[in-house]
Design a protein around this ligand. Sequence first.
Ligand code: SF4
Ligand code: SF4
Length: 58
Amino acid sequence: MPAVIITERCDGCGMCISECRGNAIQMNAGKAAVNEMLCMECGACVRACPNNAIAVEW
Ligand code: SF4
Ligand code: SF4
């Protein structure tokens, strides 16, 4: 499963974007949004998010 943003918890800090090697995350209206076609399911964004706002299910 690609990464999923829990938008209620996302404050738009952008730390996940810096960590994503696949360039799979963009900001959309102040919230992170994952491009499922580009997500490699690596989990780096999950570890980077200070608000626990990203989930990846393996
Ligand atoms: S799981 Fe990896 S590739 Fe997918 S959005 Fe997060 S950092 Fe990017
Ligand atoms: S790191 Fe978390 S809180 Fe920051 S933009 Fe990404 S999903 Fe949102």
